[in-house]
Design a protein around this ligand. Structure first.
Ligand code: SF4
Ligand code: FES
Length: 257
């Protein structure tokens, strides 16, 4: 068994949102996280708390996670009122306990948004994002022989911008941080990654209008330039993508008439 260096350990007090079911009334409950190595991630700290709870016959805290490498977009909760916690450009699974001090009180609660219902504790239903993607976040590719690598030249700076937009992992932090619970940073990134590239042009006439209409129908709010989304985004997606989405929306409104 790996030895833990006690000098590198901290004790924390946690206030965690507990909610048994989507329709149940939730509340904050207090726990202690003891002997937490500062080299652990935030999710590993929750694992330690959960192990103690399981051993004492209590229901462990439900939270979403998968890759624990900052790439899948599954993790996420409000930590002391900030989506994904205090470290800029960092997912909750990549947040390390060295950013906390011994004796800290840490408040953990789920994303709050009309479109993201709480399923249990810190787990929310983000299938609304999947519905926005289904509405237009795809390209049609004809089958056949593999095309030549450079048959469609793309300038380097354009490819870089498209890749930056494609870095969105769909975590939902932008929605959770926005006072309007707007999904415009997510939708703007997903529209931009195609709008910038020639491969995205065949569906461009309808993509923005369909994705934005779906976003509105699902109950997300509008953007009022608060920029909270950009501030908390773990992939540092730029709000320039929202401006591009608005231009694409205008273009598709004109073409779809
Ligand atoms: S734009 Fe950023 S915060 Fe929003 S879903 Fe994508 S990665 Fe998460
Ligand atoms: S668990 Fe995959 S991004 Fe955090």
């Amino acid at each position: 068994m790996t030895q833990v260096d006690k000098k590198k350990c901290i004790n924390l007090k946690l206030k965690v949102w507990r909610q048994k079911r989507p329709d149940a009334k939730g509340c904050f409950e207090s726990y202690e996280a003891k002997g937490i190595s500062i080299d652990m991630s935030f999710l590993e700290m929750l694992d330690v708390v959960n192990e103690d709870m399981i051993l004492s016959g209590k229901d462990p805290i439900a939270f979403d996670n998968d890759c624990r490498e900052g790439i899948c977009g599954t993790c996420g909760a409000m930590v002391d009122g900030r989506a994904h916690g205090p470290q800029k450009g960092t997912t909750q699974c990549q947040l390390h306990m060295r950013h906390f001090s011994n004796g800290d009180m840490v408040v953990i609660e789920p994303w709050r948004s009309r479109a993201f219902k709480v399923i249990k504790d810190l787990v929310v239903d983000r299938s609304a994002f999947d519905k926005i993607i289904q509405a237009g976040g795809y390209v049609s590719v004809n089958t056949g022989g593999a095309p030549d690598g450079n048959a469609i030249p793309v300038p380097q700076d354009v490819a870089e911008k498209a890749m930056d937009a494609a870095a969105c992992i769909g975590c939902g932090a932008c929605v959770a941080a926005c006072p309007n619970a707007s999904a415009m940073l997510f939708t703007g990134a997903k529209i931009s990654q195609f709008a910038l590239l020639p491969q995205g042009q065949p569906e461009a006439k309808k993509r923005a209008i369909e994705m934005v209409s779906k976003m509105d129908k699902l109950g997300f709010g509008n953007c009022t330039n608060e920029t909270e989304c950009e501030e908390v985004c773990p992939k540092e997606i730029s709000i320039a993508n929202i401006a591009r989405m608005n231009r694409e929306y205008l273009k598709s409104s004109l073409f779809s008439k």
